[in-house]
Design a protein. Structure first.
Length: 178
């Protein structure tokens, strides 16, 4: 018998964009609100998670969304960016690099293996796009996520700034060769 959980490439529709915006806002808030001011959180969520922004990202040929549904409900997703320059030295080619820009799982699904399933699918997508490298940024204080990524073979190659509202935070840049 097959599992009712399915992971697939997202359809490029306003309905899916609205679901991505809602789940993105919810998971980011649930994960990081306690470590940020309400103002910074509100600014970040407004700047990054609207149905219009998500629809534009869905329609960008350099972005792939993998969505996880349990029945008809979206419970997680991964946003993948092709040809990412994250962590590259100036002048180096970004061709063949896939960035996991987001890997979000609803809080009640953490610990179920959904994050690992999304990660495996992201790596499969990188291979299908003939990528040689997968990179991502993760907040230096998100130890749970850092340990998760290291279990998949990611290693730190640098750091960069990440803004949440007015707060400048530091993300680790992690890389995995394929």
């Amino acid at each position: 018998m097959s599992s009712p959980l399915r992971i697939s490439v997202a359809k490029r529709t306003p309905a899916v964009a609205a679901q991505l915006a809602e789940l993105g806002r919810q998971t980011f808030h649930d994960t990081f609100a306690a470590d940020n001011t309400a103002e910074d959180m509100a600014d970040f969520l407004a700047a990054n998670f609207s149905p219009e922004i998500q629809l534009a990202e869905l329609n960008d040929p350099q972005i792939v969304f993998l969505v996880a549904y349990m029945q008809q409900e979206m419970v997680g997703y991964a946003k993948l960016g092709l040809n990412s320059g994250l962590g590259l030295e100036e002048g180096k080619s970004s061709v063949g690099r896939l960035e996991i820009e987001r890997l979000y799982v609803r809080h009640d699904w953490i610990g179920t293996g959904l994050g690992a399933s999304l990660m495996r699918r992201a790596i499969e997508e990188a291979r299908s796009q003939q990528c040689r490298t997968v990179v991502l940024g993760v907040w230096e204080r998100n130890q749970h996520a850092i340990e998760f990524y290291k279990r998949f073979g990611f290693r730190e190659i640098g750091r960069h700034e990440f803004r949440v509202g007015q707060d400048v935070q530091t993300d680790l840049i992690l890389r995995k060769g394929l």
